[in-house]
Design a protein around this ligand. Structure first.
Ligand code: CMX
Length: 133
């Protein structure tokens, strides 16, 4: 595991939350991207060396829609940058973590991603992400 790559925050109204985070961080979002496979639209902010991803559901089937309905808006996941996602998935699986997919998927911001079930990670949804080179 390398550094924290970003924090993911579930929101119900992306436009409204973008305005709020622009005021909070004092800088605009640098990117907006829809990830159709995950049923989300995302906005990314930079804060020094760190990144924050706002996520709004685009369908009722989205993990974000379910999360917001059940728990309200808020911190949804912590993403860690990894150098080799296949090796890291194998290592974490062997350590007893439950991976939410057998293969990495394509995520936002040019990444291969894989999630770890929060019930096996102290209630935190963990995302692994590797830059697509
Ligand atoms: N953080 C912490 N706990 C969470 C959670 C989250 N983000 N999302 C769900 N949970 C909790 C639920 O509240 C539930 O808790 P209780 O049993 O105590 O009530 C528990 O996890 C188990 O839930 P589940 O019934 O197994 O599964 P859900 O249908 O709630 O789905 C999860 C949870 C994590 C498996 C699902 O959201 C998932 O597959 N996530 C990965 C994909 C994803 O999040 N995509 C959106 C982001 C995409 C992107 O970043 O590009």
């Amino acid at each position: 595991m390398q550094k924290i790559e970003h924090l993911g925050i579930a929101v119900s109204d992306l436009e409204k939350s973008k305005g709020l985070f622009e005021k909070l961080l004092g800088s605009p979002a640098y990117k907006e991207e829809e990830v159709a496979s995950e049923h989300v639209i995302t906005s990314f902010f930079r804060n020094g060396p760190n990144k924050i991803e706002l996520l709004q559901a685009t369908s009722a089937d989205s993990a974000i829609a379910k999360f917001v309905e059940k728990r309200g808006e808020g911190l949804h996941h912590i993403a860690f940058a990894v150098d080799d996602i296949y090796a890291e998935m194998a290592r974490l699986k062997a350590e007893g973590f439950r991976l939410l997919s057998e293969e990495p998927k394509r995520g936002a911001d040019n990444k291969l991603i894989c999630f770890i079930h929060p019930k096996t990670a102290n209630g935190i949804l963990v995302e692994l992400c590797q830059e697509i080179r």
